[in-house]
Design a binder for this molecule. Structure first.
Ligand code: FES
Ligand code: FE2
Length: 394
């Protein structure tokens, strides 16, 4: 007979071994939180589903009718831009026989057509066409009500150029989730900095990395500057560790900042800065993990967002998108500077791969059970573990 506790044990074990509020007493999450497939699925359904998770970029959906399939922790989802210009997200599954509706990014036109029997849905998810449902050439049947068989929509919102979903449908509004971060950055970069963000859709505007680790290790590594001198010697030469500071921003974000961002660095014409950002603050750069799966970086002349797409307990796809301060920042004259930023950040993030993958391998060891935190350098990581522990317990 199956032990009824067996389905909940991994999550309890991992939380039991973690995460005292007092940093000096705390240990990190147990290995199961990074290695167990069962834990990963439960985390999806009971943690990530209950908050706002990032699944794509608004610029993935350039025009109405554009549809992009997304596999989010094995849930097939579909991002669509509707005729009002709004990004919508649906479960990517046909209501007839459960076929995956869209398998690659496409322009749908007026209807999203299922590849199996060609049922068609409009961009609001309404079922509009059921060819041959009543036999060859008979497209309607009595008693079949199309309005009952539309696509199932997932609650979604766009902000900071990112498409977020709340799978449970009952999280507080996205604005509440982001409030402490946006308040902080509006004070730094100007009240309308979010409205200024313009994605660079050229080849130097994005990058993608696949890393063999649990997505939480990518969050944790992004939280801290501690590893800078050893993992990023180049970055540390112009933005040294002693110029960095810890950030804990509200309940759902933490990371680090620097006082030595250098706007003059790089070749080619300088980029425009966000309009409300001036004085000494121009040397500030801030890097926040917005829980659960979004990494953000803000400097006076550029912003980036990294979406962590968990593909398996030990596999994560990282998608980075650069944004600049308005359309004028994307002209030919700034191309060299943007290319240089792309190159510099590509190096930094590729340097992180070996350490997040090394931590994943370490979590195969019975000789490790959560580890300890530096009382000075690991505050932001501890904050993330506390958030996770509270979410598991809830
Ligand atoms: S499964 Fe989609 S039309 Fe039949
Ligand atoms: Fe790093």
């Amino acid at each position: 007979m199956t032990d009824p506790r067996s389905s909940i044990e991994p999550m309890e074990v991992a939380v039991d071994t973690a995460v005292a509020e007092d940093l000096s007493q705390a240990r990190g999450l147990g290995n199961e939180a990074y290695t167990s497939r069962e834990f990963w699925q439960r985390e999806r359904d009971s943690v990530l589903a209950n908050t706002w998770a990032a699944i794509g970029f608004a610029c993935d959906l350039q025009t109405p009718g554009h549809a992009v399939p997304v596999s989010f922790m094995e849930l097939p989802l579909l991002m669509v831009r509707d005729h009002n210009g709004r990004a919508r997200v649906f479960h990517n599954v046909c209501s007839h026989r459960g076929m995956q509706l869209v398998s690659e990014a496409t322009e749908t036109g007026l209807l999203i057509r299922c590849p199996y029997h060609r049922w068609g849905y409009d961009l609001n998810g309404q079922l509009k066409s059921t060819p041959n449902i009543g036999g060859m050439g008979v497209h309607e049947v009595q008693g079949f009500d199309c309005s009952q068989h539309g696509l199932r929509e997932v609650r979604s919102e766009e902000f900071l150029g990112v498409v977020f979903v709340n799978l449970s449908g009952d999280a507080p509004p996205l604005g509440t989730h982001l409030h402490t971060v946006t308040e902080r950055w509006q004070a730094l970069a100007g009240g309308d900095f979010a409205g200024q963000l313009t994605p660079d859709v050229s080849t130097s505007g994005s990058l993608e990395l696949t890393v063999n680790c649990n997505y939480k290790l990518a969050v944790e590594n992004y939280c801290e500057a501690y590893h800078l001198p050893f993992v990023h010697p180049g970055l540390n030469s112009y933005s040294p560790l002693d110029q960095h500071y810890n950030l804990v921003v509200g309940a759902g974000a933490s990371g680090q900042g620097t006082h030595t961002y250098d706007l003059e660095r790089g070749s080619g014409s300088a980029l425009p800065t966000f309009p409300g950002w001036d004085g000494e603050r121009l040397k500030t750069g801030e890097y926040l993990s917005l829980y659960p799966n979004l990494l953000l970086g803000l400097q006076a002349d550029h912003f980036f967002a990294i979406i962590l797409m968990p593909e398996a307990p030990d596999l994560t796809r990282e998608r980075l998108q650069f944004f600049y301060a308005g359309e004028q920042a994307l002209g030919e004259q700034t191309k060299e500077r943007r290319r240089g930023l792309h190159e510099a950040w590509s190096l930094v993030f590729s340097e992180d791969v070996s350490v997040v993958e090394g931590m994943q391998r370490g979590r195969g060891s019975p000789g490790f059970s959560g580890g300890v935190f530096s009382p000075v350098m690991d505050l932001p990581t501890h904050h993330f573990h506390r958030w996770l522990a509270r979410s598991y317990q809830a």
